[in-house]
Design a binder for this molecule. Structure first.
Ligand code: FDA
Length: 304
């Protein structure tokens, strides 16, 4: 219930604009968000990326945002991604950029998102950068997969995220395996109905493991994107993480002890970093998926 409330708060435009205009609340919440978000500008993301790369991690960088409603804004977002990639390229940062297709036009029209994606993928390709498409609510899954399939045929540096909590993913993977892009397996962050999705449970753990089994057996590039120790231990036991195409990926600010440990043991590890002014939505997601974070956020806020 707490999670559901937080997810509705995140998308409530009145609350959002109230916070954005409040001189008191905005800096306080930004302080709490800084645990999970590198900052509001790309330079913040780049700085932390450099630091993590120097410690031996790979990184994935996202300019946060979704559901852009105006074409003009979608174009600005696309430009921001192109600038980010140029900046990374100029520093020979051959890493990963992540994006939501609804940030670059999917909410207006799939063709706009596809056109923008191709421009971004072309630029990423020039610099040896991987582009990962995030997965959004189930109402968008078909469009996102269609766009991914078309794009990755042309640009194999484009990868996709698959949500283990959706029943359909077990079927989708059978086809996705024939496309070249990296597949990032996540449990799923969105609230979905019980008819189409599985809640956090042993059944979900089994589904997650089985998706990774399928990808590893096919020697397909895979990112194991979870902080769940049970899953990670089981995959280590199955020796999947020893494959060269397999990496662990975790969100910045979450279980940094665990990813450090995996890196020290010699596994390939990637940290998912975000930046941007839409940090509020991202913060709400992180609090919703793990409500004890609410206490951490409060203590971050009250600390001088
Ligand atoms: P689970 O939620 O069961 O948590 C397992 C344990 O991890 C918890 O007990 C806790 O210890 C720790 N933990 C998890 N979340 C935490 C948090 N917020 N704060 C502190 N500890 C936490 N989802 C989606 O729908 N579309 C997408 O495109 C992506 N992309 C993505 C990329 C990457 C790199 C990651 C790691 C995750 C995503 N996600 C996502 C989010 C994903 O679906 C999921 O909501 C989170 O990873 C949390 O789920 P876990 O697998 O960690 O398991």
């Amino acid at each position: 219930q707490v999670s559901q409330a937080l997810k509705s708060i995140a998308r409530n435009q009145h609350i959002k604009s109230y916070i954005q205009q409040s001189n008191e609340l905005y800096p306080l919440l930004l302080k709490a968000a800084k645990r999970f978000v590198t900052g509001e500008n790309k330079q913040d993301g780049i700085e932390i990326a450099k630091e993590l790369i120097s410690k031996g991690y790979f990184i994935s960088l996202e300019y946060i945002g979704e559901n852009t409603a105006e074409l003009e804004d979608c174009i600005k977002v696309k430009e921001e991604f192109l600038n980010l990639i140029e900046k990374m390229g100029s520093m020979s940062m051959k890493q990963t950029v992540s994006l939501d297709l609804s940030h670059i036009g999917l909410s207006l029209n799939p063709d706009i998102a596809y056109k923008h994606l191709l421009e971004i993928a072309e630029k990423a390709n020039q610099y040896g950068i991987t582009l990962m498409i995030s997965m959004e609510e189930s109402s968008k899954t078909d469009d996102i997969l269609d766009i991914y399939k078309k794009a990755t045929k042309q640009y194999p540096n484009v990868g996709i995220t698959l949500q283990a909590h959706l029943y359909r993913s077990s079927d989708d993977i059978k086809e996705l395996i024939y496309y070249p892009g990296r597949i990032r397996v996540v449990k799923g962050a969105y609230e979905e109905s019980a008819e189409i999705s599985i809640a956090r449970s042993e059944e979900l753990t089994e589904r997650y493991l089985s998706l990774v089994d399928t990808l590893v057996a096919a020697n397909h590039p895979v990112s194991i994107a979870t902080h769940d120790e049970v899953i990670i231990q089981e995959l280590l036991h199955r020796k999947h993480a020893q494959q060269p195409n397999v990496e662990f990926e975790m969100l910045y600010g979450i279980r940094s002890d665990l990813i450090w440990d995996l890196k020290e043991k010699g596994y390939q590890t990637k940290v998912y970093l975000t930046y941007g002014k839409e940090w509020y939505l991202y913060l709400c997601h992180r609090l919703a998926e793990y409500p004890p974070n609410i206490y951490t956020a409060i203590s971050d806020i009250v600390q001088p």
